[in-house]
Structure formats: C-alpha cells, structure tokens
Design a protein around this ligand. Structure first.
Ligand SMILES: [Zn+2]
Length: 167
C-alpha cells in the first residue's frame, strides 16, 4: 500500500510548530547570558537531532525538543520509516525560519532602566529619530524610530508639576 500524507498541513504538525516557537522563546528568556531565539539553530541541530545536547550555548532546549519529538514520534510507523525524521526536519526548519528576523524587545522595566538605548535587546543604539510629542492632560507620547535596527515604538510620559513662577 502506498500512502501519501502531506505532513505540512496536519494540525498535529502545525500545532507542534507553534508550541515549539513558544518553547524557544521561553527557553531563551531563562538563558544567562540572554540568547535571542534567532540564535537557536534548530535547522542545523536537526541534522544530529537525537544526539543533540539539550543544553545549547547555555539555553536549555529540552522543552523544545520534547514538543518536537512528541509530534514526530506519532509518525513513527512501518510504512514510512523516514516520516519521523521528516517531521523533525520540517518543524525545525519552520521554527528557524520564523525566528530569522525575530526581534526580542526589552520589558518595560528593562527599557526604562537602560539609559534610553533601543528596546531591541540586540541593538543598544542611541541613534534615534524622535517624532513630535503629543500631550493630553498629564500624559505625553512621542513616537521613536531607531536608525540602526528600524525598531519603532511609542514612549509614554507622565507629566508632573515641578514649580511655578508668578508673571
Ligand atoms: Zn535599534
């Protein structure tokens, strides 16, 4: 019997891809020093997938492997011995591609404490284009664009009365 299944569109596989993306983000958040999801080469690792160390450059990728292997193991069957392998490769390829242009942003707290450098974790530029500030009662906003990495964001300020002068 010759059975063909398009693994690319199976919910089991598409769900595993999105779970793996989340797992990569979570794993990177815990890494010390911080590693960007962009730097996790799942695509390369899949070549030696079952021999891959679960800690990759200080990032514990075992939860990522668990998600991918769980999905792939359901394709381990007699009529297609390569199916499991194909599923692992496909998921790794999709996740790696997704993170290729991924920008990780600082949290609010990290941004406020980072001496006004770019919110892109990997950028740290201070070369910005700042738009005009809009004020409404005690709140002000200004749009900012980084000239190095092109990140765009809005900064919000709370205005505080500091002094007065009689005219
Ligand atoms: Zn930047």
């Amino acid at each position: 019997m010759n059975k063909t299944v398009d693994i690319h569109t199976l919910p089991l596989v598409t769900n595993a891809i999105s779970s793996a993306k989340t797992a990569v983000i979570e794993a990177c958040k815990k890494s010390q020093p911080r590693v960007s999801p962009r730097e996790i080469p799942l695509d390369d690792l899949s070549v030696d997938w079952w021999g891959v160390n679960t800690v990759w450059w200080g990032v514990d990728i075992s939860p990522v492997k668990a998600v991918i292997e769980d999905a792939a193991s359901q394709f381990a069957c007699e009529w297609n011995v390569n199916a499991r392998r194909e599923v692992v490769d496909y998921i790794c390829e999709q996740v790696t591609e997704y993170f290729a242009d991924y920008i990780e942003y600082k949290s609010n707290e990290e941004f406020i404490n980072s001496t006004a450098a770019c919110p892109n974790v990997d950028c740290d530029s201070n070369d910005f284009e700042v738009g005009s500030m809009k004020v409404e009662s005690d709140t002000a906003w200004q749009p900012v664009k980084c000239n190095i990495c092109n990140a765009n964001w809005n900064e919000t300020f709370t205005l505080k009365l500091t002094s007065y002068e009689v005219q």
